[in-house]
Design a protein around this ligand. Structure first.
Ligand code: F6R
Length: 242
């Protein structure tokens, strides 16, 4: 696991964007695994800025997102499809037909999970997977206790995760109880994984990550078993790492 330290959120976002841009330049039809949440906003802003100023093209890039809420349609302002369109896809030159997220309103969510897993395989696998980290150590929506061998699956969201995400919804009751997420096995098949963390809220879990113990009680700890992981974290997120 390679650690890149950043002074602050801005610098973390800049460094993350540089790695993504380098990946797209090296392989114009790269498959990018994307994430949502607050951590990624600065990175997407940098990508949009770079696209505008330097013309980096995403015309042949394919993207697969980690997860989507069950029950929210693509045009729901809290769906992850909506987030991706709003913060990235509608500002760069990627055809929307090359951007994929799990379908949260599928009639058959189990079949949807299998379809999504197969889709990633058919695209040739993920070249670069972007990850945030939950305060409980989740990656994607793989909550503590999730087996490391799970493919894309349906999850019940932990109360703490619903609570953490409630800030985006009118009230806690409006936060969906379930989501579809790439599994840990899906994430581990990525050729390069880039985990981002910023802010003091992430300091305790980052300290735990760097303790190095691999356990299903802390999903992100599985990243120690992957040969090509880069972590970019700001000083606040690293403040409790000895
Ligand atoms: C989002 C995702 C989640 C977030 C994590 C951190 O697609 O899969 O694992 O990355 O919950 O969220 P933020 O960045 O909002 O702290």
């Amino acid at each position: 696991m390679k650690l890149i330290e950043a002074a602050n959120y801005e610098e973390m976002s800049q460094k993350a964007a540089e790695i993504i841009i380098a990946q797209v330049k090296e392989k114009p039809d790269a498959v990018l695994g994307l994430a949502t949440g607050s951590t990624m906003l600065g990175t997407y802003k940098q990508l949009v800025e770079d696209h505008r100023q330097n013309g980096t093209s995403y015309r042949n890039v394919r993207t697969v997102n980690l997860d989507e809420y069950i029950g929210l349609s693509p045009d729901h302002p809290n769906s992850y499809r909506y987030y991706m369109n709003q913060h990235l896809f509608s500002h760069i030159d990627i055809p929307l037909s090359q951007t994929y997220l799990p379908n949260g309103v599928s009639d058959d969510v189990e079949a949807e999970c299998q379809r999504y897993e197969q889709l990633i395989e058919n695209l040739g696998g993920i070249d670069l997977q972007l990850l945030g980290i939950g305060r409980n150590g989740h990656i994607g929506f793989n909550e503590p206790g999730t087996s490391f061998s799970t493919p894309t699956h349906v999850v019940e969201l932990a109360p703490s995760t619903r609570q953490a995400n409630a800030r985006f919804f009118p009230s806690l009751e409006d936060v969906p109880h379930q989501a579809i997420t790439m599994g840990i096995a899906t994430i581990l098949k990525s050729r390069h994984i880039l985990l981002l963390a910023a802010g003091t809220a992430k300091a305790p879990i980052m300290a735990k990550l760097f303790e190095g113990t691999v356990t299903i009680d802390m999903p992100a700890s599985v990243l120690h078993t992957h040969p090509n992981v880069t972590v970019i974290a700001d000083q606040e997120a690293l403040s409790l790492v000895p």
